[in-house]
Design a protein. Structure first.
Length: 256
């Protein structure tokens, strides 16, 4: 091959390489932020995008939701309890230009903002609030982080506190507190049952006082219940009225 032929092949090869770099295929969930001689031109995509070789430079940005774990943070609550809390944050880019121009690395910046906000917001709460009001804290974290990432073209959709790790002594204290609470509820339920039973007995006594025949019916029912049981000894209760009559008879005979 002559020198001229080799030169032609080299030029064709360079042309193919340049043309390949000038043609970009952008997916539906991506955008190209194009700079021309260092100046922002705008977003391109999705689909086929043609760039001017050497002059244009493109930065590809994904628009899908990103799931990012926030590393465990040591937090001192308002009531001076040290806990370790981690979370997960869901966000996505809504403005590719701002995500490239306004911040150097929006993924790293969002992660750092999430960590500092987690310590700041949760550090203002007491331990009981941190454990029981998780939904309210998640919403507060989402609003604060989203407000700070908005200038970067990043939308934070959800922040969820995953785990709250307590010291061993605090876990034991909470366990004792929960046990005491269960005992208190059991005693309250037992007392309520005793109160209701006493109220029913008082109502029954009032009915018997108004209707003496009810006592006789109850006496007969008790005898029937005793008769159905296999007892070696059966005690028959005697009505008080019979005993009074018997005692009066005995007294008259004694005086006579």
């Amino acid at each position: 091959m002559t020198f001229a032929g080799a030169l032609v092949v080299f030029i064709v090869f360079i042309g193919i390489v340049v043309l390949a770099n000038a043609i970009r295929v952008v997916r539906e969930y991506e955008r190209l932020v194009v700079f021309r001689l260092g100046r922002l031109v705008g977003e391109r995509g999705p689909g086929l995008v043609l760039l001017i070789p050497v002059i244009d430079r493109a930065v590809k940005v994904g628009l899908r939701t990103v799931t990012m774990d926030v590393p465990p943070q040591d937090i001192i609550t308002r009531d001076n309890v040290t806990v370790k809390v981690n979370a997960v944050i869901y966000f996505r880019v809504v403005n590719a230009q701002e995500a490239v121009v306004q911040v150097e690395n929006f993924l790293y910046a969002t992660s750092q903002i999430a960590q500092t906000t987690l310590r700041s917001i949760l550090g203002q709460q007491e331990l009981d609030e941190l454990l029981s009001e998780r939904e309210k804290l998640n919403q507060a974290l989402q609003q604060v982080i989203d407000r700070q990432t908005e200038p970067w073209g990043v939308k934070v959709s959800t922040v969820e506190v995953k785990n709250v790790d307590l010291p061993q002594e605090m876990q034991r204290a909470i366990a004792r507190q929960a046990e005491a609470e269960r005992e208190r509820r059991a005693k309250v339920i037992n007392a309520e049952g005793e109160y209701q039973a006493a109220a029913r007995l008082a109502e029954a006594a009032a009915v018997i006082a108004r209707e003496p025949a009810a006592l006789q019916l109850r006496y007969l029912q008790t005898l029937a219940e005793i008769a159905t049981e296999n007892n070696s000894t059966t005690i028959f209760p005697v009505p008080i009225d019979i005993l009074k009559g018997f005692m009066a008879t005995m007294e008259r005979k004694a005086t006579a």
